[in-house]
Design a protein around this ligand. Structure first.
Ligand SMILES: *[C@@H]1O[C@H](CO)[C@@H](O)[C@H](O)[C@H]1NC(C)=O
Ligand SMILES: *[C@@H]1O[C@H](CO)[C@@H](O)[C@H](O)[C@H]1NC(C)=O
Ligand SMILES: *[C@@H]1O[C@H](CO)[C@@H](O)[C@H](O)[C@H]1NC(C)=O
Ligand SMILES: *[C@@H]1O[C@H](CO)[C@@H](O)[C@H](O)[C@H]1NC(C)=O
Length: 299
């Protein structure tokens, strides 16, 4: 898609082999495996505060739980849909749709969509499925996402559906607790710019949340300009196709606005990992645009 991809992917695979060779304990997050030491839990109703060159993770009572260097300089993951240089299990099948805002345009001020928790997959072979809307910068390795998952990951979870908000910057990953959700529950993944409303600013603050799940919310400080928006299905350790849920996941009420109060002219681009072969999930644009758009993942 973009010229930085091959470099980012090379660095990602290098980072992965360095981690693997050092025998570091790795855990799964959307996008790949990370060293467990880089995962930072944000307590429910906790917050991130930028203090000098550090991000402080605060509990709801104000206690500092963690201090993490604030860095934008460590590409650590590939973009969704990058072709796998690393073994297939490291990337996993993926189906998504994306739109990228122009780098100098007014920033995205909100990106929200609604989907329903699918039925539990018929078989359990230790797979992990991620369904999320997410937003990231043009170049920096940084991701903010409202994640529904089945199976285990760094955020928790198990052989049931659960939600959490994740933010990763460089190698560091910040995760809210994960909250179990039942099949059929409606989710509203909502990412909002909280400041500043200034297209020339170098950094921005955001809130990401599942609006109807108290605690599944994160305030992010001093992030890059987040420009690249997707609705994504990502899967790991799929043994048979019945490790996916049956039917479809419909991302509806897709609404995206810019900070000058306008709705941009959006054309979603569907991406399917053709290496997955027949029978794997595919992405379909039902209704294009940034006002009440709709995208379906067919399992
Ligand atoms: C503040 O909250 C944290 C996390 O829940 C807890 O570990 C800590 O003991 C609390 N501290 C006080 C002073 O209540
Ligand atoms: C809002 O921002 C977009 C992107 O920068 C620009 O194309 C559009 O003309 C702006 N509209 C108004 C009314 O400012
Ligand atoms: C998203 O969250 C913001 C801030 O909480 C809220 O103002 C907005 O109405 C929400 N949008 C949707 C579509 O839920
Ligand atoms: C982001 O939020 C932090 C903490 O509230 C604040 O100090 C900082 O000025 C904000 N940054 C921007 C770019 O608005």
């Amino acid at each position: 898609m973009r010229p930085s991809n091959s470099v980012a992917l090379l660095l990602a695979s290098l980072a992965h082999s360095i981690l693997a060779s050092a025998n570091v304990e790795n855990v799964l997050v959307p996008g790949g495996y990370r060293a467990k030491a880089n995962i930072h839990a944000i307590p429910a109703r906790g917050s991130l505060v930028l203090v000098g060159n550090e991000i402080h993770v605060l509990a709801a009572n104000g206690t500092i739980m963690d201090k993490v260097p604030s860095r934008h300089d460590t590409p650590a993951r590939g973009k969704p849909g990058q072709l796998p240089l690393t073994p297939r299990t490291q990337t996993g099948p993926i189906a998504y749709a994306y739109w990228a805002n122009a780098p100098c345009a007014w920033p995205i001020s909100s990106f929200a969509t609604t989907w329903e928790v699918p039925p539990v997959p018929e078989t359990n072979n230790g797979q992990t499925l991620f369904l999320y809307n997410h937003i990231e910068p043009n170049l920096e390795a940084e991701v903010l996402q409202a994640v529904l998952q089945y199976g285990a990951s760094a955020a928790g979870g198990g052989s049931f559906w659960s939600v959490s908000i994740l933010y990763s910057r460089g190698l560091e990953v910040f995760a809210t607790p994960s909250f179990p959700v039942n099949p059929g529950v409606t989710l509203n993944g909502n990412i909002t710019l909280t400041g500043p409303v200034d297209p020339t600013s170098a950094t921005f603050n955001y809130t990401a949340q599942f609006t109807n799940i108290p605690g599944a919310s994160m305030d992010v400080v001093d992030a890059s300009r987040l420009t690249f928006a997707t609705m994504t299905l990502e899967a790991r350790n799929i043994a048979v196709l019945s490790d996916y849920p049956s039917g479809t996941t419909v991302f509806s009420d897709i609404n995206l606005e810019l900070a000058n109060g306008t709705t941009p002219n959006v054309k979603w681009t569907p991406v399917n990992d053709f290496f997955d072969g027949p029978g794997f999930p595919t992405t379909h644009i039902d209704r294009d645009g940034a006002a009440d758009g709709q995208i379906t993942i067919v399992y």
